[in-house]
Design a protein around this ligand. Sequence first.
Ligand code: PLP
Length: 380
Amino acid sequence: MIVTPLPRQYYSKWTEISPAALEHNLKQLKRACRDPQTQIMGVVKANAYGHNVSQVAPVLWRAGVSHFGVATLGEALYLRQILPEAEHILILGALTTDQYHLALEEGFAFMFHTLSHLPILEGLANGTGKTAEVHLKVDTGMGRVGIRPEDMGLALDQLAKTERINLRGICSHLATSDRPNCPHIARQLQIFAEVVAYARSHLREPSALMYHIANSDAVFQYPEAHYNLVRPGISLYGYGGIPGLALKPALALKAQITQLKVVPAGTALGYGRTFITQRPSQIGVVAIGYADGLNRLLSNRQDVLLRGKRLPLVGRVSMDQAAIDLTDLAAEVKEGEVVTLIGSEGQHSITAQDWADQLQTIPYEVLTSLGTRLPRWSVD
Ligand SMILES: Cc1ncc(COP(=O)(O)O)c(C=O)c1O
């Protein structure tokens, strides 16, 4: 978690979080959920995908998000501390049997993903006198955790016989929702529909349960995946695999220039001498490095923005510093000027998706890799 930040003058690098962008993205999700009965679980695990959960969760809560998804017990405890009003916190990550009693003591809902844990959970619930609030995870084709769909009957029978295990939901997770029209999604959705139909016909009060499978991309692409709860994460932060969505990135990354220098042609810059100037060059050293999430593989490959222009990173990104070539700007830049690494300036914008494309990864990884020493300032 981000510790309480110091006053602004202490920092030469920071992120800016836009509550307006979060609200805008939530509005797009709500619009996609045509059935007003469908509730939204804001997925705020991994410190709200690197955006700082203590800023993000209250914005989402005020904008009407009723449920929150986290990955770990620690995240659930922290969220409860900062947003005690939020009653519906679901731990999405699989807990170990050792952690069940903590979830029980704290009263968090969690995923129940294997029948082999049932005797342990039941024993703990009986022993503590607490009731476990569980969402039954069914593996419809993700191939990680979850019971097999064909074990639904057995699972419902066994759960019905327990006194202190309260079945709150039935859920699954999609493996390929970022690939439009992937036949595997259709298969997963079909299996989940059968699982839900089975539950609805065998449970005493099926309407008391939440049924959920849709992540961000599925919310926008597959209305049949909505049921009464959807679990978007990345789209809240302005990204997603579906082209043409009007989402707004909620995070900008900025850093100041700490040194300016003019160097002759033939000057090697930084560790490994990976960049040698081909002309007399104006170089700016920027106070940000791979410890802040500026991946070292972006060395000599990624542009930044300054005064509305794209300028290249030159030389190897080091732990705390990186260099940019200011020569083409042909302007008198001052030390202390602010460079945008992710965000918009003038006609240009650089997104976490651009970094992800360079790094052959996904924006999730770029965003969650942003360092804890970067403060997250709220803007707008
Ligand atoms: C179980 C679960 N549900 C929902 C989400 C949100 O997915 P997305 O960020 O693609 O919307 C995640 C994210 O990994 C997840 O693990």
